[in-house]
Every structure is written in structure tokens, then in C-alpha cells.
Design a protein. Structure first.
Length: 364
């Protein structure tokens, strides 16, 4: 099929309308992390309706372009169809897709339903092109919100080798060319347990202020132009069981957001060595992500007026071991808020930008 025909206004218009309808359907289906089976069914229906061969692994639905060539590099398009649970401040029905003043309301509309349906529409547009520089794989995955074991990380080993990726998250269609990684540490401050009526010169609780101050003031040497310094935040403190007992220990949780200057292994080694309490990392797999600003994919976006920046929030980019870009319609600060929404025009414009960007990047 010729480029002129495929680029027709009519086809793109139909895809945009169908993408919005798909998002409405997804909003109406509860899909908390680990419970995405019914949204996966709806995504399967899209592929069936568009005569696209696909596969499903758990609740991850994926497909290769029609003229997939194992001798070419492969571009992955990925976003997620799981959601967080709605918070108590909702005044609208989180599962009722309503359009008011151009806003499409509903749980998961912004994070990351708009990006997901836009990438699905993008893949469908280029599905049967036969002369692309890269293969294209689309993967609509689950368990992103909890970095779960049955999400993208479980699917990657089953896919062909991925050389490059676009991860769909709300970035206002700007180019997030770097993303912070995450390490969560469990910390323990040990001391001498005792009755509260007795003198105690080794109280775990009385050590706490000095240790909190250490975490507040400690800094890593390397700062990133895109992501700034590594950020350390103590987010939980737990100690004691009753009023007259000095506890033997204080438990801490420390959230560390890693820039692209360090590996998670390096951060863990430095903190375990230097911290004034015992630290144990829960996982080291959620590393920072980046792609060179001079990459042809990024240049394609810049040509369309898109801006580059570093993203402080975590996504499924952390599961990838290839250069990756985070990009999608919507605004990150709307995610996980009450009465979540995305503008319908953001979705339609996002699809248009995606198509134009890949035309520059993929067409020989």
C-alpha cells in the first residue's frame, strides 16, 4: 500500500476516533495492577478487528508488524493498561468515561490510557508497511503501576531482540530522554531495649535524629544535566510497641531516585558503606534510562518542535536494556489524581505527532 494512500486524512481521522472509543471502553473496565484480564480482552478485540496477528502472555498483549524482518533492528512501542485504585477524593464515577468541555474523564485516562491507545493507533497505521528501517512491536502490558513480575519485565525475554523503544506515558508529547531509576532500602537502627523508667544510653530512638540528618545532608558527587542529583528521601519510620518499652530497633524506609550518572549497583554499594545504619536494598532492577539527544529518533521529534527533558518519574523504561524514549499525550501531574482526565484533542494530536515522527525516522 502506497505512502500517499496510507497517509490519507480519512484513515488517520478514523484511527483517531477509534482510539478515543477504545480508551472509553478501557476506562469502563476495572484493571487494577494484576487484574487486567478484561482490558487485555478488549485490546485483543482491537487487533482482531484490524486483522492484526497478535500474541498474549498473561495480560500482556503484543504484536509484530506484518513484514517483520529478523535482519532489521526492532523498535518497541509500549504502554500499560493497568491502573492504580481510585482515591477517596473522586466526585465522578472513575469507571464512567465522560467527555466534558473536551476532557475525557475516567480512571487511567491520563496514566496511561491516552498514550496506550495512541501507540496502538500508531502501530496499526504502520502495521502493513513493507519498507521500514526498523521492525515495530507493540506491547500493551500490565502491572506497571506496581513494577510487578508479570508485566513488561516478564514479557521481554519472550520478545525478539529490542534495539530501541518508545514508552508511552504522559509527557505532553515532549521527549523525556532520561528517566530516574529507583532503589528502595530497608534501614535498621539498632539499640539497647529497656524499660522506659531506666536510664538508657544506647536508645535506638534517640539515634534517629542524627541518622535522619545524615540522610538529609548526604549527597552523591555526580550530577546529571538532565536529571540533577541523586535524590534520597526517608519516607517511613516505625518503632515501638508500647509506651513503657524502649525498642531494640527503629525501622526506616529510604526512597532513592537514581540519575543517569550511576548504576543502581554503584548507589547501593556507596550507601551501604557510608550510611550510619544497616541498609538492605529491596531490588536493584529499576535502573535509570536514557537515550542520546543525537539519536535519529530524537532528532525526528525535535524537527517537529518537541522539547527534550529529564523525567523524575519511574516507568516501564526501567525494565528495558536498550535506548528508550518516554513520550505520550497527557500531563504527568494529572496522574493518580481525583477525577483524572485527558483532553480528547491531546490524544488526536498525539497520534498525529507519533505518525509524523516515525515517518521521518522509519521511512526509507
Amino acid at each position: 500500500m502506497s505512502l500517499i494512500l496510507k497517509s490519507s486524512y480519512k484513515m488517520k481521522k478514523e484511527l483517531k476516533e477509534k482510539a478515543v472509543d477504545l480508551l472509553k471502553d478501557l476506562i469502563s473496565i476495572k484493571s487494577f495492577s494484576g487484574m487486567e484480564d478484561k482490558t487485555a480482552n478488549r485490546i485483543e478485540k482491537w487487533f482482531l478487528d484490524n486483522k492484526i496477528d497478535y500474541k498474549r502472555t498473561n495480560n500482556n498483549v503484543w504484536a509484530k508488524n506484518k513484514f517483520y524482518d529478523p535482519n532489521k533492528p526492532t523498535l518497541l512501542l509500549n504502554s500499560h493498561h493497568d491502573t492504580v485504585r481510585p482515591n477517596s477524593a473522586y466526585t465522578k464515577n472513575p469507571y464512567k468515561a465522560e467527555i466534558e468541555d473536551g476532557k475525557l474523564f475516567g480512571l487511567g485516562s491520563n496514566d496511561a490510557g491516552g498514550a496506550l491507545v495512541s501507540l496502538i493507533a500508531l502501530f496499526t497505521f504502520y502495521y502493513d508497511y513493507d519498507n521500514l528501517k526498523y521492525n515495530i512491536i507493540i506491547a500493551a502490558t500490565g502491572e506497571e503501576e506496581v513494577a510487578g513480575k508479570n508485566g513488561l519485565s516478564s514479557l521481554i525475554p519472550k520478545l525478539p531482540k529490542i534495539d530501541l523503544a518508545i514508552v508511552g506515558e504522559p509527557t505532553e508529547m515532549n521527549l523525556a530522554i532520561a528517566e530516574r531509576g529507583l532503589i528502595v532500602f530497608d534501614g535498621v537502627i539498632n539499640g539497647e531495649p529497656s524499660h522506659a523508667a531506666h536510664e538508657n544510653h544506647d536508645s535506638s530512638i534517640m539515634k534517629l535524629p542524627k541518622i535522619l540528618n545524615w540522610f538529609n545532608n548526604f549527597s552523591f558527587d555526580k550530577k546529571s544535566d538532565l536529571l540533577g542529583p541523586v535524590k534520597i528521601t526517608v519516607t517511613q519510620v516505625e518503632a515501638g510497641v508500647q509506651h513503657n518499652v524502649v525498642p531494640a530497633k527503629v525501622n526506616l524506609v529510604i526512597d532513592v531516585r537514581v540519575n543517569d550518572m550511576y548504576s543502581n549497583e554503584e548507589i547501593s554499594e556507596i550507601l551501604i558503606e557510608k550510611a550510619p545504619c544497616k541498609l538492605t536494598p529491596r531490588s536493584l532492577r529499576l535502573g535509570s534510562s536514557s537515550i542520546n539527544k543525537d539519536h535519529e529518533l530524537i532528532k525526528s521529534g525535535i524537527k517537529l518542535g518537541r522539547k527534550t527533558y529529564g523525567s523524575p518519574t519511574l516507568s516501564d523504561q526501567a525494565s528495558l536494556n536498550c535506548p528508550s524514549l518516554k513520550m505520550g499525550p497527557g500531563l504527568s501531574t494529572r496522574s493518580h489524581t481525583a477525577n483524572e482526565y485527558i483532553y480528547v484533542n491531546e490524544i488526536k494530536e498525539g497520534i498525529e505527532i507519533y505518525i509524523k515522527m516515525l515517518k521521518i525516522f522509519l521511512i526509507k
